[in-house]
Design a protein around this ligand. Structure first.
Ligand code: ADP
Ligand code: ASP
Ligand code: MG
Length: 411
């Protein structure tokens, strides 16, 4: 039988009614002749609540116990989904990550999938089971502890299952009807895309578009999984939603395809560090060891042998970054006058594979922001993206203005 993977996010399983609705969608695919693997998230808000409980209980928590707690939301929805399907006379069984077993490395709270053996689930399909409901977001480490795949990780569970089982398609059901030119919650002019290239989706996701976890896009690209994003709230045809596909399958050629943003960005500046060979390594080495995701970097022009070094990182890593840099200072590896963290910034990015062949996109972006009176604090570019750090209060204005400038509402 052909296999289909269907993933339902938090809002799509937020209530028993919604689980029933999702189960009906699964029933439609079973009736078409598919063996279906359903990946479920926790009910919406549940994982946030669990994360909050862990933080309230223990400030510097043991990541293994964090995973034990926050993975539990998915267990509930997996069981409820299997029961709902059984009530509809669809033969279904639930699996927690360790039962599959979905094997990961031991990096708790952001583990990577290493292997998904298919025999357990395939044996059940062979016995006539039609739907395997798998708890998303969770796995098991080499030493037998529960792991989680990072926030939004059920998308990655889904794509990894699609790759492991050679699924015909991996459908990600969520609360929007596809991937838009920007977050439709921020711009009413956002337009749904019928198709988006893997590379663009990868950039959008890693620059803040939460509709797909970055790692899920990486895996889909690597294993050639047909990945589709669509709404669990609307009746669906086979062409619904957005298909994430190879660049060659897209006819459009505009410089910018989408605007992504991240509110949870901070800017850190080391004031007056010695401008000598090896200084960047002495600063960013300890940050890398502390697991800080440094994104943008600028080094000012030196004056009298000293300079300022600025970088951006996620807001929730500021404390750890400060600790790592102060420790390096105490050891005498670096020397700075002050360390200033600005947590009132946001990152806005324009993404498009068309940038490779069209020049002037950066200038157009800077002009738009300047016309709105928005000051740019840091700039970073790559072949297919331009990112700027700005004051967070201008975030919505910047996204809307850039969406207009690049005429993204026009098909
Ligand atoms: P789920 O719980 O189904 O995994 P998420 O909240 O993780 O859903 O992702 C869906 C959300 O992603 C949407 O509600 C939307 O606000 C947000 N989003 C951000 N950028 C985009 C975009 N470019 N296109 C569509 N949705 C986006
Ligand atoms: N429930 C997890 C989260 O909220 C995983 C997911 O929904 O993808 O991050
Ligand atoms: Mg999600």
């Amino acid at each position: 039988m052909p296999v289909l993977v269907m993933k339902f996010g938090g809002t799509s399983v937020a209530t028993l009614d919604r689980i029933r609705r999702a189960a009906k969608r699964v029933g439609v695919e079973v009736a078409k002749g598919y063996d279906v693997i359903v990946i479920v998230s926790a009910m919406s808000g549940k994982t946030n609540e669990l994360v909050g409980w862990v933080g309230e209980t223990s400030k510097f928590y043991d990541a293994r116990e964090y995973d034990a707690v926050v993975s539990s939301g998915e267990n509930v929805t997996a069981g409820l989904m299997a029961l709902t399907l059984q009530e509809m006379d669809v033969p279904a069984r639930s699996w927690q990550g360790w039962q599959v077993p979905l094997k990961t490395n031991a990096v708790h709270s952001s583990a990577r999938i290493e292997e998904i053996p298919t025999d357990n689930i395939n044996a059940k399909f062979a016995e006539g089971m039609k739907v395997a409901v798998v708890a998303g977001f969770q796995g098991i480490s080499p030493d037998g502890r529960i792991t989680t795949l990072g926030r939004g990780g059920s998308d990655t569970t889904a794509v990894a299952f699609a790759a492991a089982f050679g699924a015909e398609r991996c459908d990600i059901y969520t609360d929007v009807d596809g991937v838009y030119t920007t977050d439709p919650r921020v711009s009413s002019k956002a337009r749904k895309l019928d198709k988006i290239a893997f590379e663009e989706m990868l950039e959008l996701a890693s620059l803040g578009a939460k509709v797909l976890q970055t790692r899920s896009v990486e895996l889909a690209m690597r294993f050639g999984v047909r990945l589709r994003v669509l709404s669990s709230f609307e009746e669906q045809s086979d062409e619904a939603g957005t298909l994430v596909c190879a660049e060659e399958d897209i006819m459009e050629n505009r410089p910018v395809s989408g605007i992504a943003f991240s509110r949870e960005e901070a800017k850190m500046t080391l004031i007056s560090v010695a401008d000598r060979p090896g200084i960047a390594a002495a600063i960013f080495g300890p940050l890398a060891e502390a697991g800080i995701n440094v994104d943008m970097i600028i080094q000012n022009i030196a004056e009298e042998g000293r300079t300022d070094m600025t970088f951006s990182c996620p807001t929730d890593q500021v404390g750890r970054a400060e600790k790592a840099l102060n420790a390096a200072k105490d050891k005498g590896d670096i020397n700075f006058h002050d360390l200033v963290a600005d947590t009132n910034v946001a990152k806005v990015s324009a993404v498009g594979i068309g940038m490779r062949s069209q020049s002037g996109v950066a200038a157009q972006m800077f002009k738009t922001l300047s016309d709105e009176g928005i000051n740019i604090k840091v700039i970073a570019t790559s072949e297919i993206k331009i990112s700027v750090l700005i004051d967070r209060k201008y975030l919505e204005l910047a996204v809307q203005a850039l969406h207009d400038t690049f005429e993204l509402e026009k098909p």
